[in-house]
Structure formats: C-alpha cells, structure tokens
Design a protein around this ligand. Structure first.
Ligand SMILES: Cc1cc2nc3c(=O)[nH]c(=O)nc-3n(C[C@H](O)[C@H](O)[C@H](O)COP(=O)(O)O)c2cc1C
Length: 213
C-alpha cells in the first residue's frame, strides 16, 4: 500500500512538472553576469527555467540601469531536470549547486531577486543564492512569475532567510500568468509587470539613489 502511495506521489510530481512548465526546455544558455554602462546601484539576480521571469527581469534592468546576475542550477537542466525541480521544491529544499555561488554586492543599494514559483514557493536556486550570500545592509525586492498561486507562508520564510543573511526585505512583486487558454502571452506578461513597475518606480528609485536607511 505504501509503495502504491509513493508511486502515486512520484507520478503527480512528474506530471505536474510537465504541466507547470508546458515545456521541459531550460532557459537558454547565456552569460552569468552583465554590467550596465554606468556604475550600477541596483542588481538583478535572476533564476528562470523557461524564460518568463527572465523577460520581466530585463525590464527591471532597463528601467533601473541595473547590473544582472543569471543564476544557473545544473541539477535542473536536462532530461530529468523538471522532475528533480518538482521533487526538490515539494520537499522544501533550499540548497542546490548554483553558479555563481557568491556575488560581491557591496556597490549596490537595492537587490532584486527573481524566480518562478515552484510548488507555491520561490524556486530552489533562489533560496540557495540567499543562503550563500551576504545581504548586510541591502534592501531586497523579491519578484516572481507563476501560473496560479503561491503561499504566503513560504514568502514569509523567504523574508526570514533574507533577514538572517543581513538584508532588509522591502517588497514582493509578481505576475500571475494564468493557465491553459487563459494564460498571458509574452507581451501581456510584460505589460502587466510594467504597470507594477510604473507604480513602484519612484519608491524604488529613491532607495537606489539613497541606499540603506
Ligand atoms: C516544478 C514546477 C513547479 C511549479 N509550481 C507552481 C506553483 O506551485 N504555482 C504556480 O502558480 N505555478 C507553478 N509553476 C509554474 C511556474 O511558476 C510558471 O510557469 C513561471 O512563470 C515560470 O517561470 P520561468 O519561465 O521564469 O521559469 C511551477 C513550475 C514548475 C516547473
């Protein structure tokens, strides 16, 4: 009976990883870090599996003239990657091998951390990034894309981790993409995210220019 139950759970995890992604393709290979032309005061750290969160991250980078760090997690690449992502997220894992592991954030006043939602919580590689880095005196904004929902208890846990690492959690912004026929296309996703950034622009720009309070 127990074996049947375990098989059922495994089946759910595998099938949901396919349903959630719609495709098992990883985000395209790119450089790990990109510097803005002028010395930036904001940094965008991004983990994206199928490119949606990366697309909205690019908007933040442009708007706030931020530097970018793209986090890669090899455990979730390749044939069984989506299934491993699903199982680890389900088990509330916070550590996986990531590249880069650490980033010198001393020049930045505001750090944006972005990822998809996996099993109601930010994706595992983003937790790993926070675990492995020093956020002392940094303001942090979490941004997510997802299909249907996240759970606020996990966002609270994420905030707690940021605080334990010395950071000040400032905001959580996100776009719900919807499911199946009701899902936003790329253009609609960016439009929705841009509306949020329009509302937040003055607030975030103030932090970027003034730094920690
Ligand atoms: C393993 C896995 C678990 C997911 N779990 C959720 C979930 O709990 N809630 C949700 O709304 N979407 C969930 N999704 C969907 C993604 O959050 C959504 O497609 C997101 O926009 C993908 O962002 P990306 O393209 O940057 O990877 C899941 C996707 C995967 C791969």
């Amino acid at each position: 009976m127990k074996k049947m139950y375990m098989l059922f759970i495994l089946f759910v995890l595998i099938s949901t990883s396919v349903i959630f992604t719609g495709t098992t393709k990883s985000a395209e290979k790119e450089e790990f870090s990109m510097k803005s032309k002028t010395p930036a005061k904001a940094l965008v750290v991004i983990y994206s599996y199928t490119g949606n969160t990366k697309a909205v991250a690019d908007d933040i980078v442009k708007r706030f003239k931020a530097d970018t760090v793209i986090v890669k997690a090899k455990e979730y690449d390749g044939f069984m990657g989506g299934t491993k992502a699903s199982i680890n997220a389900w088990n509330e894992v916070t550590i996986t091998d990531i590249k880069p592991e650490t980033v010198d954030m001393s020049q930045y006043n505001l750090i944006f951390l972005g990822s998809p939602i996996w099993w109601f919580r930010p994706a595992v590689p983003l937790w790993s990034f926070v675990e492995k880095n020093d956020f002392k005196e940094k303001r942090v904004i979490l941004f997510n894309t997802f299909n249907s929902r996240f759970k606020s208890e996990y966002i609270d846990k994420f905030k707690k981790l940021v605080r334990e690492k010395g950071g000040q959690f400032h905001d959580h912004i996100y776009v719900r993409r919807g499911r199946w026929y009701a899902q936003l296309n790329g253009e609609e996703l960016l439009e929705k995210f841009n509306k949020i950034l329009d509302e937040k622009e003055d607030e975030y720009s103030g932090i970027i220019s003034q730094g920690h309070k």
